[in-house]
Design a protein around this ligand. Structure first.
Ligand SMILES: [Zn+2]
Length: 368
């Protein structure tokens, strides 16, 4: 069994070689010109927000302000067999043909540069490495800092910056190669994890739990009624939220839906599709650093109670570099042993003391 609060972060510079070229046309001829001129007219030149600086910003902050107890290891490339557990053979052929090229794959803003396919293999393999570390008992928890992200990638389709579904590849590996029977995936990214939902839609051994901003927000899926099918009926749980939902809503969903789901499902391993785009500085929702800390604390307690502490985070989205890197660091602090306060309660004890102190001050006559 791993030491309590031991954490390994997995990071690999090969993932920086994914650098989509924003000048490559992404729609057929005339449409591409039209969309670009429309974006330019809005004063918003087309740009690709999922860039290498997302990873280097996190790494830089963790170098500048190390979290005691956290160690680093490099990742590894996933094999075709490992990727083939969640993607079809024809899809893998199609992606591998793009090695060394620049191209647009999908109108949902997914592109490749010459180094992208290698980077995507390393992203999926690094998620696997993070799972192996906790299953082997080398760490209680781990965090795979990966890109391109994965949760929008479907069995046969790249979508929303994602090529391979990293968290799904890791979950499948845990089940097929590492002896896990049941795996839980918690997706707190602001966007619905349509790809992960698709992959495990009729699989009763993977419980997918997803909190996200409701449709029509991208990708538009993730309604309450999407609960899985066949033997997987009941192992797909969506909690769609309005745009300004924050800590209170997230934590209520964790305590009232996630906790009983974990107690019912009894997983051997908990994976987290950890996006930091629900942060209030990012684009979609209003979660604070304290909210991420409190959610991590709940997951840590659940993992200790039900699956020997085995808890693995896999990075998804997060496009504001400050809230992305600070968000990751906040999670690592809790994994390494910090006990977070309930968000929104900071200063409340001081206000209560001040209220006691001032009690009676406003009862007498007004001063002259
Ligand atoms: Zn996202």
């Amino acid at each position: 069994m791993a030491d309590e609060n031991s954490v390994i972060v997995f990071y690999d510079e090969r993932m920086l070689a994914h650098e989509p070229d924003i000048e490559v046309p992404f729609l057929p001829g005339r449409m591409d010109d039209l969309v670009r001129s429309m974006l330019l007219g809005l004063g918003d030149p087309w740009k690709y927000p999922e860039h290498p600086a997302r990873l280097t910003a996190i790494r830089h902050l963790l170098d500048l302000e190390p979290v005691p107890g956290v160690t680093f290891e490099s990742g590894m490339a996933a094999t075709r067999e490992q990727l083939g557990r969640v993607h079809t053979s024809s899809y893998l052929d199609h992606i591998f043909e793009l090695r060394g090229q620049s191209a647009w794959l999908d109108v949902d803003t997914t592109a490749v540069s010459p180094g992208s396919v290698d980077a995507a293999e390393v992203a999926a393999g690094t998620a696997i490495a993070a799972v192996e570390a906790v299953i082997e008992g080398r760490a209680e928890s781990s965090f795979a800092l990966v890109r391109p992200p994965g949760h929008h990638a479907e069995p046969v389709r790249a979508r929303g910056f994602c090529l391979f579904n990293n968290v799904a590849v890791a979950a499948a590996h845990a089940r097929m190669a590492l002896g896990c029977t049941r795996v839980m995936i918690v997706d707190w990214d602001a966007h619905h994890g349509n790809g992960t939902q698709d992959i495990f839609w009729s699989d009763p051994d993977v419980l997918f739990f997803d909190l996200h901003r409701a449709a029509p927000f991208y990708p538009g899926s993730g309604s309450l009624e999407e609960v899985g099918m066949g033997r997987g009926d009941g192992t797909n749980v969506n909690v769609p939220l309005p745009a300004d939902a924050g800590d209170a809503a997230y934590l209520k969903a964790f305590r009232e839906i996630l906790v009983p789901a974990v107690e019912w499902f009894q997983p051997d391993l908990i994976l987290v599709s950890a996006g930091f785009d629900p942060h209030t500085h990012d684009l979609a929702l209003e979660v604070s650093y304290g909210g991420f800390a409190a959610m991590t604390d709940i997951l840590k307690a659940l993992a200790r109670q039900h699956c020997k502490g085995r808890l693995v985070f896999v990075l998804e989205g997060g496009y504001n570099l400050i809230s992305l890197s600070r968000g990751v660091r906040t999670v690592l602090q809790v994994l390494a042993g910090d006990v977070p306060a309930e968000p929104g309660q900071r200063g409340i004890a001081e206000v209560e003391a001040a209220a006691d102190f001032h009690r009676g001050a406003f009862a007498g006559p007004l001063p002259d």
